[in-house]
Every structure is written in structure tokens, then in C-alpha cells.
Design a protein around this ligand. Sequence first.
Ligand SMILES: N[C@@H](CCC(=O)N[C@@H](CS)C(=O)NCC(=O)O)C(=O)O
Length: 85
Amino acid sequence: MSKVEIYTKGHCPYCHRAKALLAHKGVAFEEISIDGDPELRQVMIDRAKGGYTVPQIFINDTLVGGCDDLFSLESQQKLDALLAQ
Ligand SMILES: N[C@@H](CCC(=O)N[C@@H](CS)C(=O)NCC(=O)O)C(=O)O
């Protein structure tokens, strides 16, 4: 089973949307809230190669990107293969 991590903030519609897609697929994920945690936010930015918006999503330590990127993979029918690794 793949390791899925998602960096989030509480009031973030894109985060909710991304989590809903993963939940709909029955995928377990680790949610890492960066609310009020500038150090953790910096860890996220470093891992995301400069990406500073939330969510930032990683599958098996590989950067997927944000919510739009996740949905783009889904619409290209590439997400399930990534999640199956
Ligand atoms: N296209 C991005 C948009 C993400 C986005 O705009 N997220 C907002 C929160 S909902 C954000 O991070 N804003 C800047 C900030 O909160 O620092 C995606 O699909 O993930």
C-alpha cells in the first residue's frame, strides 16, 4: 500500500477537496497540518520544491503537487496506478 501524505491548513477548500477524493478512493493518508507552524510550513515548502500553497501531496515521498494536480492525475486515469505502488 502506498504512503500518502497531505500537508493542509484548516480552512482550505482545496485541502478538503483533495482529502475527499482520497477518502472516496478508500485511501489511507497522513494529514500534516501546518496551521500556526512556520517550521513545518518550511519543511513542506522544501519538500515541495518551493510550492507554498496547501495542499501539498506526496505519494511514496514523490511530490504530486496540489489539489488540481491530484485531480489532473485522476482525470488522466493515472492516480490509481500511483496509489497501488
Ligand atoms: N491550485 C492550487 C491552489 C491551492 C490554494 O490556493 N490554496 C490556498 C488555500 S485554500 C493557499 O495555500 N493559499 C496561500 C496560503 O494559505 O498561504 C491547488 O490546486 O492546490
